[in-house]
Design a protein around this ligand. Structure first.
Ligand SMILES: Nc1ncnc2c1ncn2[C@@H]1O[C@H](COP(=O)(O)OP(=O)(O)OP(=O)(O)O)[C@@H](O)[C@H]1O
Length: 321
């Protein structure tokens, strides 16, 4: 449904005399029909730029792309007819009601008045917006307003929907509601592409994920396969302030400990360890730290997350970027 090769974009630097910013450095994608595909990465990774290029809002500097059967470079107008796009901040107006917004949007897509009213009504029902459809948008909660944004993005039944950070700033219940709507659209056969910097969102919502950093893809696959690459368990150990370096040294030098695949310092007062059997290793680790006179606090045992995949590929954490 979406195929790209070497898609790239640079911006002139905002600082005079500085080289251009390579926001997207050549991205290859193959998104299948009916999947929820996610771009996960820290701020500035190039997610929004990629999405805006695919949605015809920014012209790429180079590469190739076909979206829903139309060529992005040769026929952007046809691409635009076949896609929907919802920007980060959304597009609703304070004083206008959801019903009015939806009718207007349908008419913008060339629909006649009666048909626009009918489609708006259908969308209000599908997105569970009917109850407050005739109140101005300024009276809605963040989650309700987000659902109006998405309803506006799909009023013309596009084949592909692009959503930029669809749940940013929402409370957990509203995020769950938005995820339900996105899954419903997939159930109707729509292909949905989302950007997110929330690890749990990429994990729970997306069928496949591209993890992006500095304008390039550093890993791609289903959340499950990506996490399976990181074998074993993750153990997080909280320490006294400023103890991380001493603790890391003590564990690295301690003979007879279970094999550590990797050991990372988390700031100045935490360690993150990757090993085969976390539960069996914890008593040994604590004894070794105690023997070195290091104060330990909380200990958590986790399965690897998508952040561990990012860390393994880039040496940094998305959460701490
Ligand atoms: N109009 C612009 N002019 C100059 N640089 C830009 C412009 N837009 C984006 N950039 C730069 O391009 C890079 C990628 O930005 P982009 O917004 O695509 O990242 P992102 O992953 O979506 O991050 P965020 O989640 O913060 O929006 C960043 O270094 C950003 O500063």
């Amino acid at each position: 449904m979406i195929e790209t090769k070497g898609l790239r974009k640079s911006y002139p630097s905002k600082k005079r005399g500085q080289p251009p910013v390579d926001a997207v450095r050549g991205i290859d994608l193959d998104v299948a029909p009916g999947e929820i595909f996610g771009f996960l990465g820290p701020n500035g990774a190039g997610k929004t730029t990629t999405l805006r290029m695919l949605a015809t809002l920014i012209r790429p500097d180079g590469g190739e792309a076909r979206i829903a059967g139309a060529d992005l470079f040769a026929d952007p107008a046809e691409v635009r007819r076949r896609i929907g796009y919802v920007a980060q901040g959304g597009g609703t107006t304070d004083a206008v009601t959801a019903r009015e917004e939806l009718v207007m949007q349908a008419r913008l897509h060339g629909t006649g008045k009666a048909e626009a009213v009918r489609r708006a009504d259908e969308a209000l029902k599908a997105f569970e917006l009917t109850e407050f459809a005739d109140r101005p948008c300024r009276t809605y909660s963040g989650g309700q307003r987000r659902r109006v944004d998405i309803a506006l993005g799909v009023i013309h039944s596009p084949k592909v929907l692009f959503l930029d950070e669809p749940t940013v700033g929402l409370d957990p219940a509203s995020r769950g509601h938005v995820w339900t709507e996105i899954r419903r659209l997939r159930g109707e056969g729509m292909t949905v592409v989302v950007t997110t910097h929330y690890l749990d969102e990429a994990d729970a919502l997306c069928d496949r994920v591209s993890i992006v950093d500095h304008g390039g893809i550093v890993a791609e696959g289903t959340p499950e396969t990506l996490k399976r690459e990181i074998s074993g368990d993750v153990v997080l150990i909280g320490l006294g302030a400023g103890e991380a370096e001493r603790a890391a040294k003590a564990l690295r030098e301690q003979p007879g400990l279970p094999e550590l695949h990797r050991l990372e310092q988390r700031g100045e007062d935490g360690l993150r360890l990757y090993l085969d059997d976390g539960a069996a290793a914890v008593p040994h680790l604590l004894r070794a730290l105690d023997g070195a006179g290091v104060t330990t606090g909380t200990v958590q045992l986790q399965r690897p997350s998508l952040d561990d995949v990012f860390l393994a590929r880039t040496g940094r954490s998305i959460e701490q970027s």
